[in-house]
Design a protein around this ligand. Structure first.
Ligand code: NAP
Length: 458
């Protein structure tokens, strides 16, 4: 894949970038290593000051930056602005809390016959971050903010279709005052990731993206005995039980499936509705999806822009078209929109059977799979049928049902009467083939720390 900005709204090539040479990559890894040797010795107060300065810069760049995001991957301007605000909130959150999360943690000294025993959280060095285009700032910042606050340094290999966002992120921390080398972008294709990951100066890796990319990075890192965090795909269930407030559930369902033009790992993708409320939910949900305004994501009032890449739209069609040919029904949408750009309309598919690929795979576009179930047992088992386990949502007012969903839904997060959302204040991550490890909150910042055991005798 060449490194280029191609506007998904028009299909036009905006700007092409040369990949960095092996010499330039080597120079940047060396710079990262050198910067780490000094950055690790700085205190939390100093790092927090710089992190807040980076957040201030990003806030003041929001107008231009949100435009760049929309041009590169097609998200609506409003959601681009929202993403920037979430990034700066998270940067300030870690500026405020990193010292607390990484404070020495005392242990029972007497039990281990020590004068003092505790855990000290120390940085580990340069960490490689391989990141996707769908939230081109947020995916990176939720790694970068805790990493830099912990005293680590970062090397970013961003997705090849968002090079201008990548360049911005490779500069903003230095502009804010972090030493050059603390956070850099490597403009390289996926095939060059292995060499960086095997470099002895690179200590660990985090990858957000697809299963094949995660498998490749994890196996190379495994071979090198390096720690990894993987945030992979999801086909999240959204269960609606009879006691739910249907109007609120519908409104949330429409947004959860179409936010970011349907390209969110934690977007609800499979809607599993109890038979008693199925007709009502289905009618209102289809009406809500159909009413969304699809169009130029630069324009105010547009709800759904194009898919980010031409291949992304083909991938959606490769799941929807065979299902429709085999007997599934589209209650709305179901066919690409004519004209320039990679537009695909909000779609609701029903009558899906187990033999269809759409039953188990993730659809990365505004396509909802709708199922009717007889009871909670069937709802839980259908929710858990996929190999993924990222987020899961259930709508119910019944306390026993809530407890059952919280216990039995196979996911890294369960949300009752809402939609899966990531917050800096809560850990985030998946189980099963959605990956492992956690980002955000204290769990996230400790992933790339050496939890060093200290035992001091008399
Ligand atoms: P992708 O193809 O896996 O790309 C993600 C990143 O990995 C890009 O930087 C890509 O580089 C790189 N990459 C691809 N193949 C690689 C390989 N073999 N070795 C090393 N790096 C490789 O993913 P995508 O299709 O762009 O993103 C969509 C997927 O990400 C969906 O499955 C979505 O659910 C998942 N996702 C998960 C989360 C989460 O938090 N769990 C969040 C967002 C997205 P190039 O661009 O150069 O190919």
């Amino acid at each position: 894949m060449s490194i280029a900005t191609i506007n998904p709204t028009t299909g036009e090539l905006v700007r092409k970038f040369d990949e960095m040479s092996a010499d330039e990559v080597e120079r940047r890894i060396a710079l990262a290593h050198d910067a780490y040797l000094r950055h690790r010795l700085t205190g939390f107060d100093e790092r927090a000051r710089l992190m807040r300065a980076a957040a201030d810069l990003m806030d003041s760049d929001a107008d231009e930056l949100s435009k760049t995001m929309t041009v590169e991957m097609g998200k609506t301007r409003e959601s681009a602005r929202g993403e920037i605000a979430k990034c700066t909130r998270t940067m300030r959150y870690y500026a405020d809390n990193a010292g607390k999360f990484l404070a020495d943690a005392p242990r029972d000294s007497a039990a281990v016959k020590a004068q003092d025993a505790y855990v000290k959280y120390l940085p580990i060095g340069p960490v490689l971050a391989v990141m996707p285009w769908n939230f081109p700032l947020w995916q990176v910042v939720r790694f970068a903010a805790p990493a830099l606050m912990a005293g680590n340094v970062g090397l970013l290999k961003h997705a090849s279709n968002v090079p201008q966002c990548a360049q911005y992120l490779g500069e903003v921390f230095t502009r804010a005052g972090f030493e050059e080398g603390c956070f850099q972008t490597l403009l390289i294709g996926a095939r060059h990731v292995e060499a960086v990951l095997r470099d002895p100066r690179v200590q660990a890796a985090t990858l957000t993206g697809s299963e094949p990319a995660g498998r490749s990075v994890a196996s190379i890192a495994g071979d090198e005995i390096k720690h990894t965090v993987l945030e992979l795909g999801g086909s999240d269930p959204f269960v609606v039980m009879p006691s739910a407030d249907i109007d609120r559930a519908v409104k949330t369902a429409v947004f959860a499936r179409t936010q970011n033009n349907g390209q969110s790992c934690i977007g609800a993708k499979r809607f599993i509705v109890h038979a008693d409320v199925y007709e009502e939910f289905s009618a209102k949900f289809v009406a809500g999806m159909d009413a969304l305004r699809v169009g130029d994501p630069m324009e105010d009032g547009v709800d759904v822009g194009p898919l980010a890449t031409e291949q992304g739209r083909k991938d959606v069609e490769a799941l929807v078209d065979p299902a429709l040919a085999a007997g599934a029904k589209a209650l709305c949408g179901g066919k690409r929109l004519d004209g320039a750009g990679w537009f695909y309309p909000p779609t609701v598919i029903t009558d899906i059977t187990e033999d269809m690929d759409i039953y188990r795979q993730e659809v990365f576009g505004p396509v909802a799979s709708l199922y009717k179930v007889a009871d909670i047992d069937e709802a839980v088992s259908l929710a858990n049928v996929v190999d993924f386990g990222l987020g899961a949502v259930a709508w119910t007012e019944d306390a026993d049902e809530r407890a059952r969903f919280i216990r039995d839904l196979e996911a890294g997060a369960v949300t009752i009467n809402g939609m899966t959302t990531s917050y800096p204040e809560l850990p985030f991550g998946g189980v099963k083939r959605s990956g492992y490890g956690r980002e955000l909150h204290a769990e996230g910042i400790r992933e790339f720390c050496n939890a060093k055991t200290v035992w001091v005798g008399e």
